[in-house]
Design a protein. Structure first.
Length: 266
């Protein structure tokens, strides 16, 4: 399920390539095709991978973030410390210019899931906060820490910085498509049959992939019977069909001139 061919052809051939059919909603057609295949072959569910394994294939690192968990670690003058930045053990000199050395361990999270962790120094922390559009209140808390006004416990302080959810890094389109757009369509499309849609991890017997994160839609008996007996709206003769209402101009997957209508076999 890749639309990368469109991007690759556009990059290589430019304006010579006209718009593809289903350019913006091809995933709806493919998802319906998978559902029909599952119904025809008596499968109980359809699973579509999340973005992470697909991005890994292309060496991309995009992620969704809605919260920064910041642990501030303070090292006073004359103290020995294990530096989380490089793992070395060092002495912060008694005659150091600054009374304290600070390190910021930042967990970039989506919900409770830690997407990435970085160790930053005081010259790097504000650049990161600005990049994630963290509120001025959080920045003021960091400034208070650097001004020795922070309320530390055992030389550590944790600050939670909720942000408006955003997708960052390379491969952002894949995160949006596989983690948001496709699951949203599956929920909307399966609602009339009370089809359950949920996240799952499948065990994989592969050296470079032990667990595969997927979005699953469970096919109810009513859903199987409906897509086989009544068909699914693939598109309208005049415009793309939504599948929610099938009109006289809709092309169905039960029409014999569509390969999707043919019973599929394993």
């Amino acid at each position: 399920m890749q639309s990368d061919i469109v991007q690759d052809m556009s990059k290589n051939f430019g304006e010579k390539v006209t718009d593809f059919p289903f350019k913006n909603n091809w995933y709806e057609l493919v998802t319906k095709r998978l559902i029909r295949y599952a119904a025809d072959n008596n499968f109980d569910a359809v699973a579509i991978p999340k973005a992470n394994p697909i991005m890994k294939r292309y060496k991309q690192d995009a992620m969704a973030v809605d919260n920064l968990n910041i642990k501030v670690i303070r090292h006073p003058r004359g103290s020995m410390f294990l530096d989380p930045k490089d793992g070395s053990t060092s002495l912060y000199p008694k005659d150091a210019k600054e009374p304290n050395l600070y390190r910021f361990v930042v967990n970039y999270k989506e919900g409770d899931k830690v997407q990435k962790s970085l160790v930053l120094d005081k010259d790097e922390i504000f650049e990161s906060l600005d990049g994630y559009k963290v509120s001025n209140d959080i920045k003021n808390q960091i400034n208070d820490v650097l001004a020795n006004k922070g309320k530390f416990t055992a030389d550590e302080l944790t600050i939670d910085a909720p942000i408006t959810k955003m997708i960052v890094g390379s491969g952002k389109g894949k995160v949006s498509l596989y983690n948001q757009v496709i699951p949203s369509f599956m929920k909307k499309y399966g609602k009339k049959w009370n089809a359950k849609v949920y996240d799952e991890e499948l065990s994989m017997d592969m050296d470079d992939l032990k667990m595969l994160p997927v979005t699953v839609i469970q096919l109810t008996d009513e859903m199987k019977q409906s897509v086989q007996k009544d068909g699914q709206a693939l598109f309208n003769i005049f415009g793309i069909g939504s599948g929610a209402a099938i009109g006289s101009n809709a092309i169905l997957d039960s029409d014999r001139n569509n390969t999707i209508s043919n019973l599929t076999e394993n």
